[in-house]
Design a protein around this ligand. Sequence first.
Ligand code: NAP
Length: 252
Amino acid sequence: MIDGFRLDGRRALVTGASRGIGRSIAEAFAEAGADVALAARTVPDLEMVAEAVEAHGCRAVVLPLDVRDVASVEKAVAKATEALGGLDILVNNAGVYFHATVAELTPEEFQLVIDVNLRAAVFAMQAARPLMRDSGGGVVINISSVAAEKGTPNVYGASKAALESFTRGADRDWALDNIRCVAIAPGMIDTDMEAEVMADPARIDPVIASTARRRVAQPGEVAAAAVYLASQSADFVSGAVLNVDGGRSANY
Ligand code: NAP
């Protein structure tokens, strides 16, 4: 049964693979046996992740990419597929958070959050579909957030709610090509994105108090869920959103 969790020979593309959750997912995929294409803007960080992937005996491809540029996203999907000889797994993880409230929000910030958190994922999926179909099927994992369900006083939660809705809708249609579309909704994870919040007791303490597990999580705890969802063991998990939030969505 445990072999069903392995990803030997699978070919994955992970966006936002330079640090945080994306880096952890890329390394966990390699530990499970997958070759991984790594996309983000910070090439030296991607090269370090590539070394970690290769240390597991898997192939790594570094793809410099700003996901705000849709044409580059499409090219990155094509390049990953060409370099790895096919595409079985796409993880749309690159994301941005803006702490500005609605009152402070500018049209530029609105656009940035929507472009990175939603538009990039949609067009990466569009580009990946025929390539995954040619590979016999695949899995798309979109990294959402507990904020999709609970909302945030800015546009971040709305961008993630839209991403979850798109994931469910695509899953119904893409099943025709043997492609599962799923999402992971993390709670508070110890990464650069939340460093400011975590350093401020007035902001982090209420979050921990509203988390059943009474702690934040490490990126590897999200990566473990990604390995499962990408694997054959999750073949019947389709159109689903998996909360990895320590009980936060159930508790506040
Ligand atoms: P992070 O440490 O800030 O990492 C963000 C990643 O996204 C980096 O690899 C960054 O790479 C990449 N990225 C950002 N803008 C990009 C762009 N324009 N083009 C290409 N890559 C871009 O954040 P994280 O916490 O790991 O977040 C990963 C995902 O999890 C995000 O979707 C986030 O919304 C979600 N999430 C995080 C938490 C949390 O508590 N941390 C909770 C719920 C959901 P470069 O800067 O090198 O481009």
